[in-house]
Each structure stands twice: as structure tokens, then as C-alpha cells.
Design a protein. Sequence first.
Length: 255
Amino acid sequence: MEQYLQPATRLTPALVIYLIDASASMNDPCGPRLTTSKIDLVNATLREGIKAMVLRSMRDNKVQPRYHIAIFAYSTTVLDILQGIRTLPELMRVGGPPELLAGGEDTDTAAGFSAVEDLLQERLETYAGSPAPLVCHLTDALRTTQDPAPIVQRIQKMRVDDGPVLVENVLMTTKLLRKPVANWQQWEGVHRAKDIADNYAKLLFSLSSSLPETYRQNINRSAGYQLQKGAALFFPGTQAELMRLAIAASSATQL
């Protein structure tokens, strides 16, 4: 039975969980010639992504609750930014997602994913008939605490009727890929670990789900990309264009 075909509707909403590294290094510039900080790029792109969800959810000039959102930020501790899951209309009524600030000393990735796991254990049954929930993890650095892999693997074994929970990783570093990309619109995505230059990036790649075929087609058709079959839900995140692609992937369910 083919997976990841369930549309996001008012009655079968898609749950998207954003897990964001808020350690002090996220205040650093996105690159050597850029002034925008990584956390500012995350904030701007997240707002754009929510707006795109709104446009995909409009019916009769009214925002339908096709998407449910949760946001966790982690560093030394984990913060539940929205105090649980919020529907898209609820989020828009309070002006969208709040600005995230970075500054914690540690990068406790395992604690962040543990908070996501707890939320899914509590609420997954609610989304049994919905699109598979997606966890979008954005980070820039090596973890400074325990290995998150066992927790992520448990999350990936959770499932609804539409398929297993999806995990997407966005690594905000300029040293991710072995070969430079001249035109990101023509980029085919990451397919193999040997395409990656950084060891931590290879770990995150191994913990990333495959990009569902329906999602790939929706992204390519709506945004003009050329992602190929077999690409992972794994993206560089040092430029606004790449962050838009990564956030688009998090909400590329069928409608």
C-alpha cells in the first residue's frame, strides 16, 4: 500500500512539529559574507512557511485548520514555544509564531527530540487518519550532550495510517556538501552519505526520512525545484532560498 497520500483537510489535519536549536552559536552570521544571524533566518523563514500554509488552507476567504503546529526550542533546556499544539487559525489569531531568541550554552539535541517524542506519544492517536506527522529539526552545530539517534529512531517507528512519522533535518552550515552547487533550483537533493563533507551532517542524514514522492512532486511543481526520487528530507540551511525549500518540504502534504 502506497504511503503519504492522505490530504491535509479540516477533518484530517497535518501535524508539523518544528524543533529549533536555540544555542548561542545560532546568533552567529549565516556565512562569512553574510550579516543575517542564523536564528534571524530561522525566524524569517518560519514566518514565511506559516504564511504559505495559510495560503494553502484558504477556503471562502477563511483559513481552514488543515495544519496543526508545535514549536520547541532547545539549548541547555527545552522550551515549548506554543504551549502544545495549535491549529493554524489559532496561531494566526495571535499574530503567528513568536520571535525565537538564541543564547543557551549547551546544544541538548537529545532533550529536544525527547520533548517531541513525549508530545507524539501523547497525541499521535488523534492524527491516526491524518497525514503522517512531520518533525522539522533546524540546527547549526554539534550536539554537546548525549546521542539523539536512539530517540529519533523511536520517533521514526511511530506511525499513523498514512505512514511512519517523518523526520527532516536542516543543518545550517556552509560545509555540508562535498561539491559546490551552482544553481540550487537545479539541485537534485542529498541521496548518499558520500555526498556530505561533515561527519555530524552524515549523522543527521542517517536520521532523516526519505522525501515522500508526493511531497517531492508538490515541491517541484509549486516552487520550481528539481529534487529527484530518493532524496532525503535533509537540507543545507545557510541561505534564504534553501531555508524556504526546507520549510516548504515540511508542509508539502497533499491537499
